[in-house]
Each structure stands twice: as C-alpha cells, then as structure tokens.
Design a protein around this ligand. Structure first.
Ligand SMILES: O=C(O)CCC(=O)C(=O)O
Length: 265
C-alpha cells in the first residue's frame, strides 16, 4: 500500500520512485524472460534498421513470466490506488537500450498518443516502469520535468516524432520546452534492478542513447481506469489493447513459485 506521503509526492511531482520494489531473485526471473523475447521474431518485436532490438509490445501474450508480472500485486495495487478504481492494461512493453546502442526518445507526453491514436477520453491512466537492470547516469535514464504534468497537454512548439513509437506523435521542443524545464528543473530517477517508477500521462519525458557498456532494459505497464477505456483504436491491438477486463492480482510470490514449479515439472 502506498503511504499518504507517497500519494502526495506523486500528485505534486507527477512521478514516484519505488526503490527496489522487486528482489534480485525476482528480477533474475524477469531478465531471463526478457532474454527469450530479445531472440524472437514476431510483429510485436520492433527492431531498428540495423537489427538493434528496440521494444516488444504485448509481451504478456507470448511469455508466461510477463503475463504473471503484469498481474503482480506490487504493480496492480499502486496503480489502482492512484487511479481510484479498477484498471486494465492499455499497453505493456519491454524496452532494451543495448550497450552503446542508438535508441533514444525525444521529449513527449504519452497522453498525446493515447488520446490522438487510441481515443483515450481522459488522463486517468498512468505508467509504471520497472528497471530490469540497474539504471545509472550513463545508460540512458528517463528524464522527467517534475511538476510539469500540471501543464496539461502541451500543444505549443510540438512537432511530429518520427520512427519511434508512432509517426505523427507529438514531440515537445523549442521555447515551450525551455520554459517548462527552466521553471521546474529536471530529474532522472536511477536505481538498482527491481526499482519502479510511476508517472503521470502528462509528464514530459525523454531519454538519451545508452553511452555505456551496461544494458538498460525496462518494462512499462500502462494501466488505465476501466471506465476510461479507449474508444477509437487505430493502432495494432498489441500496441493499444482493447480487452478492458480489470487486472486481478496474482499471489505476491508468483514469480518465484512459477520458477519452482517449472523446475519440478
Ligand atoms: O525507456 C525510455 O527510455 C523512454 C520510453 C518512453 O518514453 C515511452 O515509451 O514513452
């Protein structure tokens, strides 16, 4: 359960860091599952022109560990608490920034995509990301502008962002970005594998390429309130889900039990 201080901090800053939410043993299970995904060739797995793995969408549909992880109480419960009701999975993706890789993300707000391409009515959703590897200042941490979710959807100085998630999605730049960053500063949450970060749909965020020999792999769950489900999906189902069934939590030790049962089988 989140404390009143954690809830107030999320509301004030637009993000909340939960250090080492998962244990090293649990993250070892998730990292092994991620290695299986990196080797897959399927439409949900997107690579750069040079073959570099970028992201894999809808991983719960083709890996049992990610299906369990999606329903993990330590992910489902905080999102239910912050959103104040039943949630379903709008999007679930694995991103891997390889050592010295090229993948980066320009400044953007996720709600720009969710409303424009999926018809999400209100920003009654949030992202929870979990670090599969340690995130440090060298391997391309995500940068936030704390408190800038209170700006709402930014429409000045936005340009289409090409080739990342969805051509035509907004990227924020120029004077508007400068104004917001000067007023609020920037933070790049870092931490050990197993650390989680929750962030608001209006939070401007960006990240640079991995300039280090250390991989930076992250899983993102976008939870949306069931009564705020999308109404005009235009993207593939694996990018914007249309199954609005509420997420029901599995047992807290589900990841380790899965491994024990698989070994005994
Ligand atoms: O993982 C990252 O570096 C950024 C991902 C991101 O911005 C997004 O998926 O919207």
């Amino acid at each position: 359960m989140l404390t009143p201080e954690q809830i107030a901090s999320y509301e004030r800053d637009g993000y909340l860091l939960l250090p080492e939410l998962f244990t090293p043993a649990e993250m070892a299970v998730v990292r092994r599952a991620a290695s299986d995904i990196y080797a897959m060739n399927r439409p949900e797995v997107w690579r750069g022109k040079d073959g570099e793995f970028r992201l894999a969408f809808g991983v719960q549909h083709y890996h049992p560990v990610f299906d369990l992880f999606l329903r993990h109480p330590r992910l489902v419960e905080p999102t239910r608490e912050l959103l104040g009701g039943d949630v379903y999975c709008h999007q679930y993706k694995l991103i891997n920034k390889q050592p010295f890789g090229k993948l980066d993300f320009p400044w953007h707000q996720d709600f720009a995509n969710w409303s424009k391409f999926d018809g999400m009515p209100e920003p009654r959703a949030l992202n929870i990301s979990v670090f599969l590897d340690e995130v440090n200042e060298f391997n391309g941490p995500v940068i936030f502008i704390p408190g800038a979710h209170k700006e709402g959807l930014i429409t000045a100085d936005v340009l289409p962002m090409e080739g990342i998630d969805q051509d035509g999605a907004h990227t924020i730049q120029g004077r508007e970005l400068e104004r917001i960053a000067r007023a609020n500063g920037m933070v790049a949450p870092k931490g050990k594998a197993g650390t989680a970060v929750l962030f608001h749909p209006y939070m401007p965020h960006a990240s640079s390429p991995n300039q280090s020999p250390w991989s930076r792999s992250t899983i993102y769950l976008t939870s949306n309130r069931v009564d705020n489900h999308i109404t005009r999906p235009t993207r593939p189902e694996y990018v914007a889900h249309t199954d609005f069934t509420p997420l029901r939590a599995v047992a807290d030790d589900a990841l380790l039990t899965y491994v024990e049962e698989a070994a005994a089988a």
